[in-house]
Ligand binder design. Structure first.
Ligand SMILES: [Cu+2]
Length: 122
């Protein structure tokens, strides 16, 4: 009985290892064509985070984006064959936020929720 349990555990280990290897190979293949970009935004709260990440999710060539509210920095993983840092900053501006030296689009900024405006103190 002990032996059976032992071999079952062993095969689970092997399966896990194979699965892990496959996942890391796939992840590497996917990451082949991606670049990381960090953009300083004017985000102030969790709602801003949602707005910016959603906007970037729809932007062409963007694989992933993650905004850190305390530092206001959004980390964007993108495919350099499909988009550029300029286009990414433009997309953030069109969502109503500053992106590095690109100021927020005034019309988009006007539409932001009151608590998301950069001159409002929290
Ligand atoms: Cu906000």
């Amino acid at each position: 009985m002990k032996k059976i349990v032992h071999s079952a555990k062993q095969s689970i280990k092997a399966t896990t290892l194979i699965a892990f290897l496959l996942i890391s190979i796939l992840a590497k293949a996917q990451n082949k064509n991606t670049v990381e970009l960090k953009v300083k935004t004017s985000a102030v709260c969790g709602m801003c985070k949602t707005t910016i990440e959603r906007e970037l999710a729809f932007a062409k060539g963007v694989k992933k984006s993650e905004l850190d509210v305390p530092s206001k920095v959004v980390t964007v993983i993108y495919n350099p064959n499909k988009t550029t840092p300029e286009k990414i900053r433009q997309a953030i501006s069109m969502a109503g936020y500053d992106a590095d030296d690109v100021p927020a689009d005034p019309k988009a900024y006007e539409k932001l929720h009151a608590c998301c405006k950069k001159d409002v103190t929290h």
